[in-house]
Ligand binder design. Sequence first.
Ligand SMILES: Nc1ncnc2c1ncn2[C@@H]1O[C@H](COP(=O)(O)OP(=O)(O)OP(=O)(O)O)[C@@H](O)[C@H]1O
Ligand SMILES: [Mg+2]
Length: 243
Amino acid sequence: MLQINDITVDFGGVRAVDQVSFVLKKGELLGLIGPNGAGKTTLMRVITGSVTPSLGTVRLEDRILNKLPSYQRIRLGIGLSQQIVSPFRSMTVLENVAFVAGYHKTKNPIASLFKVNRSPENEEAKRLLNMVGIEEVASSSPSNLPLGYLKRLELARALALKPKLLLLDEPLAGLNQVEAVQLSDTLWELNRKGQTIILIEHNLSEVIRICHRLVVIDNGRKIGEGEPHMVMNDADVQSAYLG
Ligand SMILES: Nc1ncnc2c1ncn2[C@@H]1O[C@H](COP(=O)(O)OP(=O)(O)OP(=O)(O)O)[C@@H](O)[C@H]1O
Ligand SMILES: [Mg+2]
């Protein structure tokens, strides 16, 4: 489904990503891991189009994405849930998801703002809130909710775009271990129903538990790839984490 080929990113003098290549198959749940500052988020931004690589190509199915702006990549099926949650604070939780669901469906986003009948979007939003387990706060404002709920809201908003490929940047960060296990179970279940996922995470026990395969980045370079337990036993991977 996705082919990352020799991606290199320079920020001024800093080489944040250095010739990273990997492929992702349809239906996979791939963990992208590595220490702080390794280049994981930067690599994800290359896929979504908010960072331009100095070298390399990103291919989704049979299309090279490099020259496409982010909104066209979203249309092609790339969905993102970001490291920092950013709901619309003036809307309820349900409206946040319904808005994205409606935006996705219309060819004219401005017209969608004036649409009166939002029931199909509201139904879809309820279904997604139920799937991520926060339907009981549908009519609350995001401003009043703890981080565990906001992380789930962020996931529901990403799913509202019906992405072929879902990119998740630290969805478990800031959750306690009980919440982290619950959200990981949700991700595992989504994947089991066919959702292809790249998961960036520092919660390694959950990554190892749910991912099919891992790619490990350190200092911008790929240092490991393969079955989770095998990768975590690798000497280079262990020394990258121990510093
Ligand atoms: N916009 C930017 N301008 C300059 N340097 C940047 C920028 N974004 C990231 N960097 C640098 O690129 C490197 C990789 O950062 P990145 O955020 O991709 O790491 P990460 O693996 O996501 O880390 P973390 O696990 O802490 O989120 C770091 O050295 C970072 O300081
Ligand atoms: Mg990051």
